[in-house]
Every structure is written in C-alpha cells, then in structure tokens.
Design a protein around this ligand. Structure first.
Ligand SMILES: [Zn+2]
Length: 383
C-alpha cells in the first residue's frame, strides 16, 4: 500500500492572518501545501501537530488505499482511536473506505489547550441555532466563541469554482459576523484550501473537514459542539457511505484528543423538533439562513422549501417574513407539495405531513390521490 506523507506543519504570518501549513505528498502526484488560516491575533493558538492534517485527509486516504505517515508529532489518543477502533469499524461497514494505518514521527499525550474555549459553528441554519439556543439555556456549560469555517461547504452543493466559493464564503462570513454580534460572542473564522482538495462529496465527509479546522487550534478550543444531522435513533454505521452524519456520534468521540473534545448536539431531536425549538427565540426571525445556494434564502431550493413547510406546519412561518418570501411560497405551495408527497418516505417529510394533518392542514382531493399513488410506488420500489 502506498503512503500519503504529511509534512511537519509550519506557521506562516501573512498581513493580517496567520497560517498553519503542511506539505502533502504522495507517490505519482504533485505535492501541495494544505493550509488553515486565522486572524493574526490568534497566531499563538495555532497548534503545530499533525492532528488537523491527519483528520482532514483521512477520508481521502481511506478512499484511495493510502497509509498516512506524519513527519510531526501527533496525539497519542487520536492515533490509538483511529488505528484500533475507528478505521477498523468504519471500513468493515464501508465500500467507500479501505482499511489503512496511521503513523507519526512522535506520539504525544500533551494537553495543548490553554484557552479552554467552548465553541460551535455559526452557519445561521436550523442546526446551528438549535445548538446555540440550547447551550444558552444550559447551566453547566456556556459557549464562549462562535466559529465560521471555509473547509468545503461553500462550494459543495453547486460545484462552485475556488473563486466563486471564496466570494460566497466572504459574503456569508460578513453576514455571520454581523449576526454574531447579537450573541455577544467573538466569531473566529478559519479559512482553508481544503475544499480545493476534496475528492468526495461534502455530505460524506463534512465532520472530518470541520473537525480538522478545530484541531489546528487545539491550544484554543477545549470543547467543540457540532450540530447533529440526524437524531441518534437514526444512527447507522451501515449507512456510512451515504453521509457522515449517519455515524457522527461515533466520529466525535474518535476524533477527540487530549486537548480538544468534540460533542454532537441535538441528538435527541428530529429536524422538526429543532425548528420548533428555535422558533421560540426571536433572534432567529431575521437571521435564519438555510439556503443551499446563497447568503439569503432563495425560497425554492430543497432546504428552503422544506424549512418553509416545517414552519408552516408549526404555524410559525409568518414570524420569518423577513427571511422568506412568504407570499411567493404560498403561490407555489401546490407545486412544492408534489415534491413533499413524492418524498413522504423520508423522515424529514414524513414528520411534516404528520404535523400538517394534526394541525388541520387539508390535502386537496388530487393531493390525496397522489399521496396514495406515491406511497404504493415507494413501497414497490422497496423504499
Ligand atoms: Zn434556497
């Protein structure tokens, strides 16, 4: 088996940013520098260990049958968890990932963390608000910082070029910074060229991407909270190839180190329960952004449509009149309803339909027929 080599990380100072870089090489391919950068005021928190780079490149290496060799120190805990538990378990249940091994020049049990920051990502989406609002009510643990990363998500859905992705990231970051002020917490943005080197769809690897950005600042982050994609009742290692959210609770514990802990939040809630919860916080009314495509909700992508149906079923849609074009949604509702009925077997849509029924939303006779026909079709297709 060939080897992917992670060079010793170095810190470079740019004008107003500080960058953690590592040379990545593999036989038969040009080497490149993988980097993460932060505001220069955080330079002392950049952590010169291989951990961030190992985690960032783990899906690529497992996908391409490459052992990883790090020419730098690495967390002993992380190395043990990956080699002995995570990789064997995951790869036994995957066609996408192959069993590989990880080695490093030195293994350390050092705890780098000096700032003890507790943070979560601030995307302005439902999951992100659910985490922030839940922790704001928690008496044991408080968030101290919000984060915003450019590690692949800003080019994932629409296959944007690096330039388009950089522009979308800059626009979203500007808005996130403004919105973050309402929480009275600093927002730390971490930029990276990782997105340019991803070869698998973002939905299958987003935990690795985000956690790698956190691990480049282990001196800073003690606890990092990542919003769940699915409730824990949907945990399925057998579905690991369809999305990393299917096994995220496992990943979070396995990618934690002596310095930084990862936690998945909201595992007890369905998506609709999260929407219901955040709709009790007026801070979300003018700030919710769920759109796949832009910094404002387009209103017609799958995520925008789904969220508007969820809010409508809950009787809360009018509260979000500043972030959704509600008259337009009602004009196009029948067209979108067709999509909902076609996907009634998916948890997201099944719970919308159940709540709509409970709250007195009536289907038209034609929609009732379609619902039955689609249900039979989905059953025959074995979904
Ligand atoms: Zn949209």
């Amino acid at each position: 088996m060939e080897t992917l080599i992670i060079g010793k990380p170095k810190i470079e100072k740019l004008d107003n940013r500080a960058r953690l870089c590592s040379e990545i090489s593999e036989k038969g391919k040009p080497s490149y520098t993988l980097w993460f950068d932060v505001d220069a005021k955080y330079v002392d928190y950049l952590t010169e260990s291989a951990d961030a780079f190992v985690v960032a490149l783990l899906p690529y290496a497992m996908n391409n049958c490459l052992n990883i060799s790090a020419e730098a120190k690495m967390s002993k805990q992380l190395c043990f968890q990956l080699n002995e538990i995570f990789i064997p378990t995951l790869t036994k249940n995957s066609k996408l990932f192959n069993r590989i091994s990880i080695s490093a020049k030195e293994l350390t049990q050092e705890n780098y963390c000096s700032e003890n920051a507790s943070a979560t990502g601030f995307s302005r989406g439902v999951d992100s608000f659910d985490t922030i609002c839940s922790l704001s009510e928690n008496s044991t643990e408080k968030l101290s910082h919000l984060t915003f990363f450019n590690v692949g998500s800003h080019r994932s859905t629409a296959n944007y070029t690096p330039e388009q992705s950089a522009e979308l990231y800059a626009n979203r970051l500007e808005i996130a910074k403004k919105s973050a002020k309402i929480f009275d917490m600093p927002l730390i943005d971490i930029n990276s060229n990782l997105g340019e080197h991803l070869t698998l769809p973002y939905v299958k690897i987003h935990h690795y991407c985000s956690f790698s950005a956190v691990l480049c600042m282990q001196k800073f982050f003690k606890n990092y909270y990542y919003a769940s994609g699915y409730p824990i009742s949907s945990f399925s290692i057998k579905q690991c190839d369809t999305g990393s959210a299917h096994y995220e609770a496992f990943t979070a514990s396995m990618l934690s180190t002596e310095s930084t802990n990862f936690y998945i939040t909201g595992l007890e809630k369905t998506r609709l329960e999260k929407v219901d919860f955040i709709s009790k916080f007026p801070i979300t009314y003018d700030n919710l952004n769920v759109c796949y495509y832009g910094e404002n909700n387009c209103g017609h992508c799958e995520k925008c449509v789904r969220t508007q149906f969820e809010l409508m079923a809950l009787g809360k849609l009018e509260l979000y009149k500043n972030v959704f074009d509600i008259p337009k949604f009602y004009r196009d509702k029948d067209k979108y309803m067709n999509y909902v009925l076609k996907h009634q077997n998916k948890d997201y849509y099944a719970e919308i339909l159940t709540l709509m029924k409970k709250n007195g939303f009536r289907l038209t006779p034609m929609q009732k027929i379609k619902k039955t026909v689609y249900a039979i079709y989905l059953k025959l297709r074995g979904h």
